[in-house]
Design a protein around this ligand. Structure first.
Ligand SMILES: C[S@@+](CC[C@H](N)C(=O)[O-])C[C@H]1O[C@@H](n2cnc3c(N)ncnc32)[C@H](O)[C@@H]1O
Length: 305
C-alpha cells in the first residue's frame, strides 16, 4: 500500500528513522512526512500521527474526483493554509454523503497551500492504545522500566517484523511486553531475581508468557543462541543494579558479548556510546538523542555488524 505518513512533532529524525526501518520503499521525503510503500507494519508506528492511503496528489483540486458512500474530510496543514477552505473544496469534489459523526471513510488532506495530498486515513496514533501496559498499570511496577511507546520505538528501529529478539537487561520486561504484543518472540535476561519474577508476572498478566520468556542469569555468563536483533535499555547506574561493575566496564563487556547473539542491535543508554560500540566492532548506523527530564538525556544507537 502506498501511504502518506505524517509525523508527530516530537522528534523529526526519530520519526523518519522509525518509518524507514519498517517501510518497504521510501518514495518521497518531505518536511515532517514521507510517502512510502508499506505492508501492515505501519500499525506499529509510534512517531507517526496519521497514515493515509494516498488517493490523489496535485496542485489543482479541479482534477480530483472521488466517490464514497459516506465520508468526512479533515485537513492537516503542512504550511500556512486555511484548513476549512481546503476541506470545503475537497468535500465538493467527492460524490457521496458527508457524515462528520460516523463516516465510512475519513479523507485526510495534507496541504501546504500549493501541493495537496488526498488520503484515505488508515491509521491514527493514540497513546491510549498503549496505556493499559504503561509502567504503573502493570502488576509489577518498577521505576526504571520503559514505557510502551519507547519500547515499541526501539523494536521498530530494529526493523524486525517477524522473528526473535533478545533483551539482555530486561528489567521489568518493558521491551518484552511490546515485542509480544507486536507478534514477535522475545527472550529477556536479568541478573536480579526480583526483576525476573516481576517481568514474568507482567508477561503472564498480559497473556504474553507463551511468546516471551525471561531467564535469570548474568548476561556475561549466559549461554543463549542467535537472535534477529538485540533490543535493550542498558542499566544507567542510577536506580538499576550494576552488581559491583563499573558502568563503562559493564558497557564494554556487554557490547562484546552481544556480538555472540546477533548482528543487529538497538541500544538505549544515558550517553553517546558510539566510541565503545565501535571499539567492539559494531557499526553505529544511526544515533539519536532526546531530552527526558532535567537530569536525563537518552541516546539510541542503531547498530549492525
Ligand atoms: C535499566 S534496567 C532495564 C529496564 C527495562 N528496559 C525495562 O523496561 O524494565 C537494567 C536492568 O539490567 C539488569 N542488569 C544489570 N547487570 C546485569 C547483568 N550483568 N546481567 C543481566 N542483567 C543485568 C538490572 O538488574 C536491571 O534490571
Amino acid at each position: 500500500m502506498r501511504l502518506f505518513l505524517y509525523f508527530t512533532r516530537e522528534h523529526a529524525e526519530l520519526a523518519s528513522a522509525e518509518a524507514k526501518s519498517l517501510a518497504k520503499k521510501i518514495e518521497f521525503e518531505g518536511k515532517g512526512f514521507v510517502i512510502a510503500e508499506f505492508d501492515d507494519s505501519y500499525q506499529r508506528l509510534v512517531m507517526t500521527k496519521f497514515a493515509g492511503e494516498l488517493l490523489w496528489e496535485g496542485e489543482n483540486f479541479d482534477e480530483l474526483d472521488l466517490t464514497f458512500d459516506s465520508f468526512a474530510v479533515r485537513c492537516t496543514k503542512l504550511g500556512e493554509v486555511s484548513s476549512g477552505k481546503i476541506e470545503r473544496e475537497v468535500g465538493a469534489r467527492i460524490s457521496g454523503k458527508a457524515n462528520l459523526k460516523n463516516p465510512e471513510v475519513v479523507i485526510r488532506v495534507f496541504s501546504d497551500g500549493r501541493k495537496h495530498y488526498v488520503t484515505r486515513q488508515v491509521y491514527e496514533y493514540s497513546e491510549k492504545v498503549l496505556s493499559c501496559r504503561k509502567v504503573n498499570a502493570r502488576p509489577f511496577y518498577h521505576p526504571t522500566s520503559l514505557q510502551p511507546k519507547w519500547a515499541r520505538l526501539l523494536l521498530n528501529l530494529s526493523g524486525v517484523k517477524q522473528g526473535k529478539v533478545l533483551d539482555p537487561f530486561c528489567g521489568a520486561g518493558g521491551v518484552l511486553l511490546e515485542a509480544g504484543v507486536m507478534g514477535l518472540s522475545a527472550v529477556g535476561v536479568d541478573k536480579d531475581e526480583n526483576m525476573v519474577e516481576g517481568a514474568r508476572e507482567n508477561l503472564w498478566f498480559f497473556r504474553l508468557d507463551k511468546k516471551c520468556s525471561v531467564e535469570k542469569a548474568d548476561f556475561f555468563e549466559w549461554k543463549g543462541k542467535n537472535f534477529d536483533a538485540i533490543v535493550t535499555d542498558l542499566p544507567y547506574g542510577r536506580s538499576s543494579q550494576l552488581f559491583g561493575k563499573r558502568l563503562d566496564i559493564l558497557y564494554e563487556q556487554a557490547f562484546d558479548k552481544m556480538k555472540k547473539h546477533s548482528n543487529n542491535a538497538v541500544i538505549m543508554g544515558p550517553q553517546d556510546l558510539t566510541k565503545f560500540l565501535k571499539k567492539h566492532d559494531w557499526k553505529v548506523e544511526q544515533c539519536f538523542d532526546f531530552y527526558v527530564h532535567k537530569t536525563l538525556r537518552r541516546w539510541i544507537h542503531v547498530c549492525s555488524r
